[in-house]
Design a protein around this ligand. Structure first.
Ligand SMILES: [Mg+2]
Length: 362
């Protein structure tokens, strides 16, 4: 049986910012191939075939080049191999031994591969973009690539996005590339959407990190390269293997429900306070079941006075004083909604969608 879809409530957001390669189009593989051809040819030539250690299309790609502006990718990978060459100029010939020259050569290889292989899209992503648009959300394409428009046009999907911030636009505006948040912030500005009401959809660690640094409301990590844990560590609130696991809409409500989506450590204190339950004498502060008191969480039971005025017989005399009284044993707390059945633990369903919390009557 297919797993239930994770639901993104469109009323919580104004805009969705999509990365291109690896999220919308399958060009991440084409980029990886182009990087490998570039670096393998260069490393063989510069180190000689004897000492040649090839570019690793998975590890080196993820660590040093994925999602980054091209010249930064060249520099970061060469630095990892302790190779230092001049930066050069953006119009350097593709065979010049400079950062820009190698970057331009990579672009040439990528364009040749694109011509040969064409552009394929993730149909599930296209479906989700259409769902978001139908629900009134604005959409942007945000990419470090200078080939962004070319790729969108080749796939005939440029009309799916209200705005585009790509490698060419960010160079013209002097924006820093991922993992800095500049290009996502520019897209949010163009769509007139506050960052806390924007969703970022990214497959690269550098892109997820950019989303976190920008303080965006929801960051969805698309796990194309078996790196779900790293995506979460970099700041993804929700990680999926494919965007077909998500749909736009409102969660079906049972007779009552209280639902929070996403996880923002800075907002957790307020959320716990709003989930607190009390009657003026004692309060249980709501917290995620795994929470321990730390910088983020502050779970606990609160008591306003633990005494009661009682009459007690002492040495034949009745004394009235403040006695310490018993309070309910919190360890076996049971409760019910007025007029409804008492809750039994087996009747409470707790669903965790990544780090989002969804507690409702089962
Ligand atoms: Mg990507």
């Amino acid at each position: 049986m297919a797993a239930p879809k994770k639901i993104i409530n469109p009323e919580l957001y104004d805009a969705v910012l999509f990365d291109l390669d690896g999220v919308v189009t399958r060009t991440a593989d084409t980029h990886a191939k182009a990087w490998k051809k570039l670096f393998d040819e260069y490393l063989k030539k510069s180190s000689g075939s004897h000492d040649f250690i090839p570019f690793d299309s998975k590890d080196d790609y993820i660590k040093y080049v994925d999602g980054k502006p091209r010249y930064k990718g060249v520099k970061d990978f060469l630095t990892s191999r302790s190779i230092v060459i001049p930066h050069g100029l953006v119009n350097d010939e593709p065979y010049a031994e400079t950062i820009c020259g190698l970057g331009n050569r990579k672009n040439q290889i990528f364009s040749d591969l694109l011509k040969k292989e064409g552009v394929r899209v993730y149909e599930s992503t296209i479906d989700l973009i259409k769902q978001f648009r139908k629900n009134g959300l604005k959409t942007a394409i945000v990419s470090s690539s200078k080939n962004c428009l070319k790729v969108l046009m080749a796939a005939d999907i440029e009309d799916l996005f209200e705005t585009r911030v790509d490698g060419i636009i960010s160079e013209n505006l002097g924006l820093s590339g991922k993992p800095e948040p500049d290009i996502f912030l520019e897209a949010a500005k163009r769509l007139d959407a506050p960052v806390n009401r924007c969703v970022v959809v990214e497959d690269a660690l550098s892109g997820v990190e950019a989303g976190k640094k920008g303080g965006f409301g929801l960051i969805i990590g698309v796990n194309r390269k078996d790196q779900a844990e790293q995506l979460t560590q970099k700041g993804a609130h929700l990680v999926v293997n494919d965007l077909g696991e998500i749909k736009a809409g409102r969660e079906e409500q049972t007779s009552w429900g209280h639902i929070y989506e996403g996880f923002d450590p800075g907002d957790e204190g307020r959320r716990e306070t709003l989930c607190a339950l009390g009657n003026g004498y004692f309060v249980t502060r709501g917290a995620a079941p795994w929470a321990r008191a730390d910088e983020v969480h502050y779970p606990g039971t609160y008591l306003a006075g633990g005494y009661n005025r009682l009459k007690t017989k002492v040495a034949g005399r009745v004394i009235e004083n403040e006695d310490l009284v018993n309070i309910p044993n919190w360890l076996c707390l049971n409760f019910r909604i007025a007029g409804e059945e008492w809750f039994q633990i087996k009747e409470v369903k707790i669903l965790f969608y990544s780090q989002s919390l969804n507690i409702k009557k089962g």
